[in-house]
Design a protein around this ligand. Structure first.
Ligand SMILES: Nc1ncnc2c1ncn2[C@@H]1O[C@H](COP(=O)(O)OP(=O)(O)OP(=O)(O)O)[C@@H](O)[C@H]1O
Ligand SMILES: [Mg+2]
Length: 200
């Protein structure tokens, strides 16, 4: 945007519709980025006031998946749910945000195939915990990128090249929410796709 405006001020470019449209799109992108960074800052620094209620995690997953059915179908992706009854005391809206971020990634970075969402009892000693996994058959994440994906604004070259239009903040937000619930989130990836695993 800076380069474009300088070119217009220098008379190199005409302030015509094409060049102004480009600047306008950049302003929209920057505004979205600032909003997301501000959300993330609040999440991390406000000690995240959680609004906890009792609900079933499986139902939340089902409702969230519904929102993505059309987008998945368009790309030839099947979403499968393997659920067990999972009562939880947590912040419904915030956890929904986590699953929205993970599912939108799974769809964005998968061309066709399946997304499998499973809830099972955790292998960890705490009996209350449950393990949620979201596995896709997408482009995968290289071992060099994998340690960085939860950092804010980090995007792999693969996804930049695909021009998928993200800002690299979705996973940082997801990680902040999970950690506010004293949970963990991690990713494994290979040529067959990526699996995100949460302990909650
Ligand atoms: N399921 C996935 N498969 C392959 N790569 C992924 C997947 N999820 C995340 N990534 C990689 O991790 C990066 C960070 O993900 P994140 O959700 O934080 O950002 P984004 O999707 O690029 O943008 P945003 O979520 O802010 O719109 C992505 O840019 C992508 O390179
Ligand atoms: Mg994302």
């Amino acid at each position: 945007m800076q380069g474009s405006i300088e070119a217009i001020l220098d008379g190199v470019w005409q302030p015509d519709r094409e060049h102004l449209t480009g600047c306008h799109e950049e302003i929209i992108r920057l505004t979205r980025l600032i909003q997301e960074l501000s959300t993330l800052t609040n999440l991390e620094w406000e000690n995240m006031a959680l609004n906890k209620t009792d609900f079933d995690l499986g139902e939340l997953l089902q409702i969230t998946v519904e929102q993505f059915k059309a987008a998945a179908h368009k790309k030839g992706i099947t979403i499968t749910l393997n659920l067990i009854p999972s009562p939880i005391n947590a912040d419904y809206d915030r956890l929904k945000q986590v699953f929205i971020n993970l599912l939108s990634n799974a769809i964005k970075y998968t061309d066709q195939g399946t997304i499998t969402i499973s809830v099972e009892p955790s292998a960890l000693p705490s009996a209350k915990n449950r393990r949620i996994s979201i596995a896709d058959t997408g482009i995968g994440i290289s071992p060099e990128d994998l340690p960085h994906i939860f950092e804010r604004l980090y995007r792999t070259d693969k996804s930049r090249n695909r021009n998928t239009g993200g800002t690299g903040i979705g996973l940082a937000i997801a990680a902040a929410i999970v950690s506010a619930h004293n949970g963990t989130i991690k990713a494994e990836s290979g040529s067959g796709g990526t699996t995100f695993q949460l302990e909650l």
